[in-house]
Write a protein that binds this ligand. Structure first.
Ligand code: FAD
Length: 407
């Protein structure tokens, strides 16, 4: 099925597919079983130049589009979700924020680390600030030489393996006046005061550590603050714009898991015999297959469209509305598709000897991380209505602080 890809895009897709099948698939079960971050796969991805695809050529990257990254992510996700997430976060998210808003030295630092195999960590969520990210209490106090950060984040992807961290904190000037929420670049090995204090026991995606990070008097030089175009006071919304690419990436991982599960279900439907005939001859399963394919194709089209789009005012990131809709639809569809694929395998689907149960655990994450499906619906509704939809009880009385959450 040709979904409007050019010959260069199809060549990249074919190269990614070949790599995923030969290098990634044979490792996927073990990565899940051992719960170890796959540094060997990262090195192989770097050698094939699948990391930093979207980093401009002047910083050593490939200067490719978000759609190119999407094509690679899908192929990885068919085989191994952890590998696909590494490709997301070395092409979208924190790295995109730095490339869009960073200073020259910040861009060089981030590009060099990513191209050498580092998966940057983005640090927003706190125990009492999840969907309501602007409730974060981690603070960055201005001092003579820069900033001092204190606080705690949790569910930070790559905690303990990532070197580059983009940390979000409330900023205060030397008189203790609040300046807004800012982003700070920190390299873990060079930074005293950044500790990984816990690893989450996750349901799926077990080769990717989710960490709690504690900052105790973490000193950050002033030139490592990432200053977005609208300045620090309104800058959180700019910095969070990076999530529009990350959302397309996350939706693509979900869609890729679903595509991998559907491939397997289709092959099984042709080979498994019951009542003297292949189970694919039963109309009950034919209609399941057709529904799975229909949802998958719709997800893929939405993700491609979002990846190709650009947000308003020359944004470096995909359109927020398209990105949110694509992530909602792709992640919810993928859970259904993987669940149906598992069902078609009967008892075998429930066995840890086959990948379906791993895929079912992995895919469950994508309606949660990177903005829940409920919160993204609020974002879509806000754009449709043309209203800010602050979610606090007194939201309309005090929109200034809380309106950022829905943007
Ligand atoms: P809560 O905000 O407490 O939400 C609980 C429930 O209430 C959810 O169902 C939610 O949808 C619903 N809800 C909340 N507010 C509303 C509302 N206004 N309207 C309707 N429903 C609402 N964070 C990072 O900063 N960096 C990372 O790298 C990162 N990686 C993650 C990786 C994984 C595997 C996971 C699971 C999470 C990760 N997160 C990360 C955190 C993630 O972004 C948060 O989990 C998410 O934003 C939701 O926050 P919460 O878990 O505190 O849920």
């Amino acid at each position: 099925m040709n979904l409007g890809l050019g010959s260069d895009e199809m060549a990249l897709q074919a190269r990614a597919r070949e790599f995923a099948e030969s290098v990634v698939r044979p490792r996927a079960a073990q990565i899940d079983r051992d719960e170890q971050y796959p540094f060997d796969i990262v090195a192989a991805l770097a050698a094939q130049k699948f990391l930093g695809l979207t980093i401009p050529a002047e910083y050593g990257g490939q200067g490719r589009s978000f759609l190119d990254a999407v094509l690679v992510i899908e192929e990885m996700a068919k085989c191994c979700t952890v590998t696909a997430r590494i490709v997301v976060e070395t092409n979208m998210g924190a790295i995109s924020t730095v490339m869009a808003y960073g200073t020259e030295p910040q861009k060089r630092l981030a590009a060099d680390l990513v191209l050498a195999g580092d998966k940057p960590a983005i640090c927003i969520t706190e125990p009492d600030a999840g969907s309501d990210a602007t409730a974060m209490t981690t603070r960055a106090d201005k001092t003579a030489g820069g900033y001092v950060i204190n606080g705690r984040k949790h569910w930070i992807t790559g905690g303990g393996v990532s070197r580059l961290h983009l940390i979000f904190a409330r900023m205060f000037d030397e008189q203790g006046r609040e300046q807004g929420i800012g982003g700070f670049l920190v390299v873990r090995d060079d930074a005293k005061g950044l500790q990984v204090t816990r690893r989450e026991a996750t349901m799926g995606l077990r080769g990717m550590p989710e960490g709690e990070l504690t900052f105790r008097d973490l000193h950050v030089p002033a030139d490592m603050a990432v200053l977005p175009p609208s300045g620090f006071r309104r800058g959180f919304a700019d910095l969070m714009n990076a999530y529009n690419s990350q959302r397309v990436g996350a939706g693509t991982v979900a869609m890729g898991i679903a595509a991998g599960a559907l491939d397997q279900a289709l092959a099984f439907a042709k080979s498994r015999q019951q009542f003297g005939r292949p189970i694919g001859e039963f109309q009950g399963l034919q209609w399941m297959l057709a529904d799975m394919q229909t949802q998958l194709t719709a997800s893929r089209l939405m993700l491609y469209a979002a990846a190709r789009s650009r947000g308003p005012a020359g944004s470096a990131f995909p359109d927020p509305m398209l990105a949110a809709q694509a992530k909602i639809f792709a992640s919810e569809s993928a859970i259904r598709i993987v669940n149906d694929a598992l069902q078609m395998f009967g008892a075998r689907g429930y066995s840890r000897d086959l990948p379906l149960e791993r895929m079912a655990r992995d895919v469950r994450m994508f309606t949660i991380g990177g903005g829940t499906a409920q919160v993204l619906r609020t974002l879509v509704a806000a754009k449709m209505l043309g209203w800010k939809l602050p979610q606090t009880r007194d939201g309309y009385a005090a929109p200034a602080a809380s309106s950022l959450a829905a943007e």
